[in-house]
Design a binder for this molecule. Structure first.
Ligand code: HEC
Length: 188
């Protein structure tokens, strides 16, 4: 930097005696500045377009890898009525689970409370085994019914559903085969 550049701007009086030069920035500095701009354009192009390393893509990749590593647990939990096991053993295990997880809302005798009774012929979300399984798995979060997927294992969901179905059958006289089978909801 040459001496003739060092021209004072002359407002030291306004700035507690601090003087300021009006010198151009050194070329290397300006060069770096432009380089960062050129770099940013190139890098953005590379990141978003050429290599497409966007966060969305990274997330999609991670989800795909997770799906490959822990394959559809969901398929296991979303069991269908056809796979439902309504044996006495399942029902009795379901009774214990009911006492642990469901009794607070559906009542000691399944007569209802915060949640609906299972002893009448009314179902809000359908009274076929498939509907009951789906309600238990997915819950009705907006109405206070917990989604049990992930809390209970697929077997536990089977058992507690078997218990609900057997209690409903006992109370209404509707045969279990009818609930588990393909039949339509009974008329109310
Ligand atoms: C925190 C309270 C709560 C708990 C605990 C709870 N439920 Fe529910 N449940 C509800 C409510 C509230 C509804 C009604 C949802 C609606 O109105 O749509 C419901 C609905 C249901 C239904 C559908 C009833 C119908 O008429 O279609 C089934 C089946 C059911 N619950 C089973 C269970 C089982 C099995 C458990 C235990 C594993 C359980 N619930 C635990 C609150 C609860």
């Amino acid at each position: 930097m040459s001496q003739e550049n060092d021209r004072l701007l002359g407002h030291a009086d306004e700035a507690d005696g601090i003087d300021e030069y009006d010198n151009p920035l050194p070329d290397w500095w300006v060069g770096l500045f432009w380089l960062t701009i050129v770099w940013a354009i190139g890098y953005s192009l590379h990141y978003h377009v050429i290599a497409n390393r966007s966060q969305e893509r990274a997330l999609a990749n991670e989800m795909a890898a997770a799906e490959a590593r822990w394959p559809a647990e969901e398929a296991a939990t979303r069991m269908s009525a056809a796979e439902l096991d309504v044996t006495d053993d399942a029902i009795s295990r379901g009774r214990t689970l009911y006492g642990q997880y469901c009794v607070a809302c559906h009542g000691v005798d399944q007569e209802g409370g915060i949640g609906p009774s299972f002893l009448d012929t009314e179902w809000i979300h359908g009274g076929q085994a498939d509907d009951i399984l789906r309600t238990i798995v997915e819950g009705v979060p907006a109405k206070g019914m917990v989604p049990w997927e992930g809390v209970l294992s697929p077997t536990q969901i089977n058992d507690v559903a078997a218990f609900v179905i057997s209690r409903h059958s006992e109370a209404t006289g509707r045969p279990i085969a009818d609930i588990v089978g393909e039949g339509a909801d009974p008329p109310p």
